[in-house]
Write a protein of this length. Structure first.
Lengths: 607, 246
């Protein structure tokens, strides 16, 4: 067992790496009030450019660092110029969604170029160790600490003593006033993205060398860790981000020391949730600071929903209902079963994100809760599958709402961060709680779908089952939206201060929305578990959460018919065009980007 | 409109502005003569602040023209307009709260590159606003409202503007500071800087202005020299404590 000093050194070194990511996030948030979800992708790109430089071009270390910093900065500049600047006058959620789309595109491009297999990234440093007290330090530790300190110093000098640095600080404090002093805000944005990307890229390089391995899964992890560190330090607060990063590194390292490696991320996300709930402005924010979020309104693109005549809906429903009787291939039925399952998840998300305005990025966790509950109920307690699935829905509704409820006081981007973290926590608890969830082995041998003792094994019966369940959920939700309750939801979305002033209890309505949404998602997860017969903690991952979000935006936030149309489109079209699986995520990312840019209200319009 | 004034420095002609479907300005025409103080009066939601934003290029009109010293400002970005010599004292001052007073004042000279002259101008500002001398290294956000207004005015002057636009410079200030600010505006004006200010407090504004315009729901309903407007019964009724605003 290593000494505590070793864990402390390790925590500080890892914290240094996080700091390089988090400082960039803080700069960007400061200037444009945007959480850049593409930061981890730049880190990934940095790691792979470093790999090319080291392994193929054999560059010496200082040159490698410079190459990575410059190349990553270029990527950052391109993202700013073409991904985000066109969205300056869009709804506030647009740039956030754009960075999610950009990160999907970048990650997939790296994966397609370099394959998803991990690669070794040698550190080029002499393999010696220094003993200090009871701890060990390697040259790489010193390099990382040196890069961290140098970057912090350079950044301090830049912000304090250069004209552009002043412009960055002024813009962060009051964008309009800065413009009225003659500051070109676009140049400030550019500078900030360039710096953030350079730091992020170098961070990826250093991490690759530290673990002597890089792979494409690094991206999301880096974004998450950076966001945690930044929020802990106080969004937009650059020194806070450094301290938050070191704190995060130490918490993780001690957590690993006490409980084992698989607990590392759990501690990170628990730290985030605790800080979000207790001090949403970060540990170092003073009380006077106003929350950096808009108080009201403009989160959803306003639009007039497309009116579809009732008879047309009925005709389309009828066609899908009798589809298995028509001469269609099994392949079509399988595809549509997937679409109906995704449709249930989308119904849930469109209610939570669209109708009541809580843009959840962790919705797959609700699937996981439903799936595990239903699987374990039927396996361990021999509950009939039909009831087990309903049990999954109820558990997802109850547990999902309970988990998210501490975050009800948060707004805007913070809701998205909290839901993302809670989603990760659910997955990590499933991984670590072996006594109940069977841990990393997963649950296998889940009984197939059955209803009143009849097994539903033929694709036709599964098709009808999932279709009917989805239609029933959709009808319930449509009814809900037209009711007084639906209006209250939308009132809270459009102006939570005004809604509260009219006596609406925000927590109650948010709970109701998550209960209903959790039920629909849990049912979807439950059905999926019995279809797949095997699930583990990665079956329902963040990619699915983002896919659901893309579906919902495609259909039009809050739009029930839109959620279903979006599901059929995003599941069906890649099949129609026979797009290979590895390109699908790329396509989803591009669809998300195009939607945000050209049709933020979606195909059928927001409601 | 304005009697025997020298040729105008700033001209708004036939400006129509919209926020989405809603029209804010209806055929708005305003002239600011060189060396004059011109005041735009109006109640809430009359379109006053939008007029400021039009001049500064933060909002673009749908039709009409804004010209400064004979050249149109319409195609220019806000920073470009600032470089032409228009400085702004925004509504509610809008200081950079976490930067020091010194940094705030120097931010005003952001577009200038003549370091030595900037340093001299900083000294001039401290002479004009002696109180700020002791506050230079303090956080701007920690100052009182009146002191913040001084910083905002010093910041605007640092660009060596030909014209200053001010959005409600007396709003939220104690009576003592209101007088002080008006006096300073007069001083600045006497040094040759034209002033365009938006005010709700008509009686105060008319004290120091040369000309004034009255804006009501996006239309100019009255204009003329400050002296005549002060005695105009319609202004008296609307703004100087007669009947409630029309």
């Amino acid at each position: 067992m290593s000494s505590w000093l070793d864990y402390t050194i390790n925590g500080l070194i890892v914290g240094n790496v996080y700091a390089l990511v988090a400082v960039g996030l803080a700069l960007i948030f400061g200037v444009s009030r945007l959480i850049n979800f593409a930061q981890g992708s730049i880190y990934l790109v940095g790691a792979y450019i470093g790999w090319v430089a080291v392994v193929q071009l054999h560059t010496p270390l200082p040159l490698t660092i410079i190459v990575v910093a410059v190349a990553a900065a270029l990527v950052g500049l391109i993202i700013e110029r073409f991904g985000l600047r066109p969205l300056q006058n869009s709804v506030r959620i647009a740039p956030l969604l754009a960075t999610i789309g950009i990160s999907f595109v970048l990650d997939q491009l790296v994966m397609l170029t370099f394959s998803p297999n991990p690669r070794a990234l040698p550190s080029q440093l002499p393999d010696v160790r220094f003993q200090i007290g009871g701890g060990t330090i390697e040259p790489l530790d010193l390099l990382i600490a040196g890069v961290g300190l140098t970057s912090a110093l350079l950044l301090f000098v830049f912000l304090r003593y250069t004209k552009l640095g002043w412009a960055v600080r002024a813009t962060a404090q009051d964008r309009d006033a800065a413009m009225q002093m003659g500051v070109d805000v676009n140049r400030v944005n550019q500078a900030v993205f360039g710096i953030a990307a350079a730091l992020g890229g170098v961070s990826g390089l250093l991490v690759g060398m530290y673990y002597n391995q890089i792979d494409t899964a690094m991206s999301l992890q880096a974004t998450l860790k950076g966001v945690v560190a930044e929020v802990v330090g106080g969004a937009g607060n650059v020194p806070g981000a450094v301290i938050g990063s070191l704190l995060l590194g130490l918490v993780e390292s001690y957590g690993v020391a006490a409980f084992g490696t698989s607990y590392r991320n759990l501690f990170a996300f628990l730290l985030l949730v605790v800080v979000l709930v207790l001090r949403p402005n970060g540990l170092f924010a003073s009380a006077r600071q106003a929350p950096p979020e808009p108080l009201t309104g403009t989160f959803i693109a306003p639009s007039r929903p497309v009116r579809i005549p009732r008879w047309a809906l009925l005709v389309v429903l009828g066609v899908f209902a009798i589809l298995p009787l028509l001469p269609v291939s099994l392949y079509v039925l399988q595809t549509l079963i997937n679409a109906w399952l995704l449709g249930m998840l989308a119904l849930s998300l469109t209610l939570v994100a669209g109708t009541i305005g809580q843009v959840s990025l962790g919705h797959a966790a609700l699937l996981a809760i439903g799936a595990y509950t239903s699987a374990l109920l039927s396996l361990t307690f021999s509950v009939p599958v039909g009831f087990a699935i309903i049990g999954g829905g109820l558990m997802s509704a109850a547990l999902g709402t309970a988990l998210i409820s501490p975050s009800f006081r948060l707004r805007g981007h913070y809701v998205s961060i909290a839901t993302l973290a809670i989603g990760e926590i659910v997955s990590l608890v499933i991984l670590n709680w072996e006594g109940v969830t069977r841990g990393p082995i997963g649950v296998s041998g889940i009984p197939p779908l059955s209803l009143f003792g009849y097994e539903l094994i033929s694709p036709t019966s599964i098709y009808w089952f999932s279709f009917v369940v989805m239609v029933v959920l959709a009808l319930l939700q449509a009814r809900l939206l037209g009711s007084h309750l639906g209006r209250s939801f939308r009132a809270i979305r459009d102006d939570d201060v005004a809604a509260r002033a009219y006596g609406l209890s925000l927590n109650r309505y948010k709970s109701l929305a998550f209960i209903f949404g959790g039920f629909a998602a849990g049912i979807s997860g439950g059905i999926a578990a019995h279809l797949y017969s095997y699930i583990n903690h990665e079956t329902f991952n963040t990619q699915q959460s983002i896919l659901a979000l893309t579906v919902v935006i495609l259909g039009g936030l809050g739009n029930v018919v839109g959620a279903v149309v979006g599901s059929v489109a995003l599941v069906g079209l890649p099949e129609v065009f026979r797009i290979a699986a590895e390109y699908r995520i790329l396509i989803y990312g591009i669809v998300l980007l195009l939607l945000v840019r050209f049709r933020p209200q979606g195909l059928l319009g927001t409601i | 409109m304005t009697s025997n004034a020298p040729d105008p420095l700033l001209t708004l002609s036939g400006v129509n502005t919209f926020y989405g479907q809603a029209q804010v300005h209806f055929d708005l025409s305003i002239k600011v003569a060189r060396g004059h103080i011109v005041c735009l009066l109006g109640g809430n939601a009359s379109g006053k602040s939008t007029t400021m934003k039009i001049i500064l290029g933060l909002v673009k009109p749908r039709s009409g023209d804004v010209s400064f010293d004979g050249a149109s400002l319409l195609g220019l970005t806000t920073p470009q307009i600032i470089r032409r010599g228009i400085a702004s004292v925004p509504e509610a001052r809008r200081l950079f709260a976490d930067m020091s007073v010194r940094e705030n004042i120097l931010m005003g000279a952001f577009v200038r590159n003549d370091r030595d002259a900037v340093a001299q101008d900083l000294e001039r500002m401290l002479a004009l606003f002696p109180k700020l001398g002791q506050r230079l290294s303090q956080r701007a956000g920690s100052l009182s409202g009146g002191e913040q207004q001084m910083v905002a005015m010093a910041r605007a002057l640092m660009i060596r503007p030909r014209m200053i636009v001010m959005d409600e410079p007396t709003m939220g200030l104690s009576p003592l500071y209101v007088d002080r600010v008006l006096e300073l505006i007069r001083t600045i004006n006497q040094e040759g800087v034209s002033v365009f200010m938006v005010e709700q407090n008509a009686s105060l504004a008319l004290e120091i202005a040369h000309e004034a315009y009255v804006l009501q729901t996006g239309k100019i309903v009255l204009s003329g020299s400050a002296r005549t407007l002060k005695d105009d019964p319609r202004v008296r009724d609307a703004y100087l404590g007669g009947a409630e605003a029309a």
